[in-house]
Design a protein around this ligand. Structure first.
Ligand code: NDP
Length: 348
C-alpha cells in the first residue's frame, strides 16, 4: 500500500474546531476503509456504529474508543434520534437496505451519507430525497471520485473542452467474482449485478466528463460465464450512452474479469486513466503527456468535503447530493430496460 498524501484542499479558515460525529451503519469491508478515512479526516470523526453483530460492535468500540451509548443494532437504531452525539449517519449496507436506513436516519433528524448505488431504482431515490427534505436534513452519496485529483482533471478536460468536444468515451470497470455467498450476486439485496456495483462509475464518469445528461441508451447483456454464480444478476453488461453535444460513451461492467480504464477522444486530442476508478494509485495521460497528481486518501477527502459544508450549515452541491444518485439511477434503470428489451430507451 503506497503512502497516501495528506488531504491538500482543507481550508481551516472558517472552521470552529468541532468535528462532525459520524455513525457507520453496516460494519463490512467498505466500512473498515471509511473508518480509516475518518481517522484521517480534519472535519469528521467516527463516533458510533450500527451493526447486526454485537461482537463487531464490541471490537469497534474498543478499536475506535466509542461510547457504549453510540453502539446500535438494526432494531434499536431509531432511538438514535435522542442521541445528540451523532450528527451524521453513513449507510454502508447492501444496496437494498439503503432506502430504509436513509429514511429511518432522516426521521431521526440525522444528516445522511448513503453509499452508491443510492437505491435499487429511481423511484426509491426520489422517496429518499423527499424524506430528507421533509426532515430538514442533508443527503449525500458516497461518490469519493468527486474529490479525487485525477478524476477532477478528467472532468476539467472534458467540461472545459481542453481538447475540443469529447466525441468518444470508452469506460470499463470489472473484477472477477467467485464467491457464491456474496450478497452482490443476490438480486434482492444487490438489485442487479456489476452495473449496480461498478458500472455506475462508468455512468458517472461519462456524465461528469461531458457535463451533460444522456439522451438515449442501448445495451446488451454479456455472456453468462458461470451458471451457478450468475443465476440472479448479470455477469456482464455493455451499454452505449448518447449525449446531446455529439458524444457517444461505450461502457462495460463485468464480474467475469478485471478491468479499470477510462478513455476519451476529443476533436484535438485524447485523455485516459488506467487504473482510474479504484482506490489508486492511478495512472493517466493526455495527448500532451503524463498526468501526475498526488494519491490522496479518497475517503478522508470525501468526508472533509461533505463534513465541512454540513458544519458550516451550507447546502451540499447537487453533484454530491441525493439528486446525483437519482440521475445515475435513472440512467441505470434505462440501461437495464434497454438490455432486457433490445430497444433504444430515450432519456430526454
Ligand atoms: P460487505 O458485505 O463487506 O458489508 C456489508 C455489511 O452490511 C455487512 O458486514 C453487515 O454488517 C451489513 N449487513 C446487514 N444485512 C446484511 C445482509 N443481509 N447481507 C450482508 N450484509 C448485511 O459490503 P461492502 O462493505 O463491500 O458494501 C457495502 C455498501 O458499500 C454497498 O452498497 C457498496 O456498493 C458500497 N461500497 C462502496 C464503495 C466505494 O468505493 N464507494 C466500495 C465498496 C462498497 P454488520 O455485520 O455490521 O451488520
Amino acid at each position: 500500500m503506497p503512502k497516501l498524501m495528506p488531504v491538500a484542499h482543507v481550508d481551516k479558515t472558517k472552521y470552529t474546531g468541532k468535528k462532525l460525529n459520524v455513525a457507520l451503519v453496516g460494519l463490512g469491508r467498505y466500512a473498515a476503509i471509511l473508518a480509516d478515512g475518518l481517522q484521517a479526516s480534519a472535519y469528521c470523526k467516527l463516533a458510533g456504529v450500527v451493526t447486526g453483530h454485537p461482537e463487531k460492535g464490541e471490537a469497534w468500540k474498543k478499536q475506535y474508543n466509542l461510547a457504549d451509548k453510540n453502539i446500535y443494532n438494526y432494531s434499536n437504531f431509531d432511538s438514535i434520534d435522542h442521541n445528540p452525539d451523532i450528527d451524521v449517519v453513513y449507510i454502508v449496507l447492501p444496496n437494498s437496505m439503503h432506502k430504509e436506513y436513509t429514511i429511518r436516519a432522516a426521521k431521526g433528524g440525522k444528516h445522511v451519507i448513503c453509499e452508491k448505488p443510492m437505491a435499487l431504482n429511481a423511484a426509491d431515490c426520489e422517496e429518499m430525497i423527499t424524506a430528507c427534505k421533509n426532515a430538514g436534513v442533508q443527503l449525500a452519496i458516497g461518490y469519493r471520485l468527486h474529490y479525487e485529483p485525477y478524476n477532477l482533471e478528467l472532468k476539467r478536460l472534458g467540461q472545459e473542452k481542453v481538447f475540443g468536444q469529447v466525441r468518444l468515451i470508452e469506460a470499463s470497470l470489472g473484477y472477477r467474482t467467485t464467491d457464491p455467498g456474496e450478497w452482490r450476486l443476490k438480486k434482492a439485496l444487490a438489485g442487479g449485478g456489476p452495473l449496480m456495483n461498478v458500472g455506475i462509475y462508468c455512468v458517472q464518469s461519462s456524465r461528469y466528463v461531458s457535463g451533460e445528461e444522456p439522451t438515449s441508451v442501448t445495451a446488451q447483456f454479456g455472456p453468462v460465464t458461470d451458471n451457478k454464480l450468475f443465476n440472479e444478476v448479470e455477469a456482464s453488461i455493455i451499454w452505449q450512452l448518447d449525449f446531446p453535444g455529439g458524444l457517444v460513451s461505450n461502457c462495460t461492467s463485468t464480474y467475469a474479469c478485471g478491468v479499470d480504464r477510462f478513455f476519451a477522444s476529443a476533436d484535438y486530442g485524447q485523455f485516459e486513466l488506467s487504473p482510474g476508478i479504484s482506490y489508486g494509485p492511478f495512472k493517466g495521460k493526455t495527448s500532451n503527456g503524463e498526468l501526475k497528481f498526488p494519491d490522496i486518501n479518497q475517503q478522508a477527502a470525501q468526508m472533509d468535503g461533505i463534513g465541512k459544508l454540513i458544519l458550516e450549515n451550507k447546502p451540499l452541491p447537487s453533484h454530491i447530493a441525493g439528486e446525483e444518485g437519482l440521475k445515475d439511477m435513472k440512467v441505470i434503470d434505462a440501461i437495464y430496460k434497454a438490455a432486457a428489451t433490445g430497444e433504444r430507451i430515450m432519456l430526454a
